[in-house]
Design a protein around this ligand. Sequence first.
Ligand SMILES: [Zn+2]
Length: 246
Amino acid sequence: MNVRPPESPPLSILMYHQIGRYPRPDAHRALFCHIDRFRSQLRYLKFAGFKVLSLEEARRCLFEGEPLPKRSVVITVDDGYDDFREFAWPALKEYDCPATVFLVSSLIGKAADWLTDRPELPKLMDGAAIRELHREGAHFGSHAMTHPRLSKLSPEAQREEIFGSKAALEDLLGAAVPDFCYPYGDYDQRSRDLVEEAGYRTGLTCIRGSANTSHNPFELTRKAISYGDNLVGFGWKVHFKHERKG
Ligand SMILES: [Zn+2]
């Protein structure tokens, strides 16, 4: 299904979670990025001549034979934390970079209640903020209804999470929601097939690797940007093609 020739340039789908003024975390470093670093990463992408693609552009380059720019990345942000509105989005607008944020449809305007090991649960964006950012050009995808481990659910519950979140978000945005991201990167053959059946065009995993090494549009590989990634580490992740790990 992947029609890209193996020698095609690397396309990296970058994965972020919370972006803001965070001190160095003791754990879960891949879930945080300091806004100053995020800004310097966007500046670097411009400086080094990277094209920041939307997920739809990337899908067409990867699977429909559209020309893949020599240097390109996609920016994805999981969970829809309220810090996106305050920190990441103004920076993305300033550098004119598209990005897709994956929302947990039943927890919009609430807290990230699946992060049970946190002393304080981070707040998630509310519907008014999401609609406003959507008007300004931000892309939104589904991260299911309740952030479950899909492979642990019954077939009926999986279907509800995948179809129900699409309907709820399309209702909120008044627009199609073509992208799905598996919470925890957890999925099985059934979830993958349901994502396709629901009418999504992509499914994003946490499998590490350049997106060129994805087997199909419903199992896209990504690269997590961690709190500790300085520009050297970031450059290594975006310049080189990495084989699929997992
Ligand atoms: Zn998540």
